[in-house]
Design a protein around this ligand. Structure first.
Ligand SMILES: Nc1nc2c(ncn2[C@@H]2O[C@H](COP(=O)(O)OP(=O)(O)OP(=O)(O)O)[C@@H](O)[C@H]2O)c(=O)[nH]1
Ligand SMILES: [Zn+2]
Ligand SMILES: [Zn+2]
Length: 232
């Protein structure tokens, strides 16, 4: 089985791109399975189901979706192995810019869209910086110049990444992406011994633990104060 991890900001086009890409792979006889990780809500599972793709979803609730992902990925891999899927795709909500779900030696794809603003590549942390492939969507609604500037900004943040412009509506670029995702030689049977690409911050403070009261005396643990004097 091959495993690939997709991540990216909300509504960047992850599901659209994954669906179109899996369609091209299914035509080649490759059997996919998908697991969607989100925080509070997703109906992506219905879209995968409609396309005839086996799917499971996990909602992290109050936890960072990436922390939740990594605590559950082994079970997900076992689900994929039991289903005998050739390609197991995880789609994670990129809601926490400090973390990423990427694992060393497991293909990592970040989906980001042209509309998100030219400073967005700098704001997104490891999810973009440590991806192998960066898929840029929604090029159909910006100009050629905007596409070029945006792609250049992405390349500055992640010089090693393969950057692909993909149209999530028409599927243009998805065949090429598919060829990068699946390899017949790969046969993952367990994630034992694998490691995350980036150590996730543990921001355990009173508010993580459910505190709602405002005031210094209620703040314990990992607290960082804003420096207003040296702030511009
Ligand atoms: N114009 C245009 N719209 C796109 C493109 N790709 C995706 N969309 C649209 O963008 C919206 C969000 O797409 P999704 O595929 O649901 O995005 P997502 O990243 O999976 O969203 P979440 O999982 O909810 O975070 C949908 O309305 C898509 O039809 C694209 O290349 N061009
Ligand atoms: Zn989605
Ligand atoms: Zn996080």
């Amino acid at each position: 089985m091959n495993l690939v991890t997709f991540s990216g900001p909300p509504s960047s086009g992850k599901t659209s791109v994954i669906l179109k890409t899996l369609e091209t792979l299914q035509k080649q006889g490759i059997k996919p399975g998908v697991v969607k990780f989100d925080c509070l809500y997703t109906d992506d599972d219905l879209l995968y189901q409609k396309a005839g793709i086996p799917v499971r979803k996990g909602l992290s609730g109050s936890l960072c979706p990436d922390h939740y992902f990594i605590s559950n990925i082994e079970d997900v891999v076992n689900w994929g192995l039991e289903g005998q899927y050739d390609l197991l795709v995880s789609e994670s909500a990129g809601l926490c810019n400090r973390c990423s779900p990427y694992i060393k030696d497991i293909k990592a794809i970040c989906v980001i869209d042209n509309l998100s603003g030219i400073n967005t590549p700098k704001k997104i942390g490891p999810m973009l910086k440590t991806a192998d492939i960066v898929v840029i969507t929604k090029g159909d609604i910006v100009s050629q110049a905007e596409r070029e500037v945006f792609a250049a900004r992405v390349q500055v943040v992640n010089p090693k990444a393969i950057i692909l412009n993909v149209n999530g509506l028409t599927g243009q670029g998805c065949y090429e992406l598919g060829t990068l995702l699946y390899s017949q030689k790969e046969s993952l049977t367990s994630l034992k011994g694998y490691k995350l690409r980036f150590s996730m911050p543990s921001a355990l403070c009173s508010y993580c633990l459910g505190e709602t009261r405002i005031g210094e005396s209620y703040q314990m643990g990992n607290v960082r104060k804003i420096k207003l004097e040296s702030n511009q």
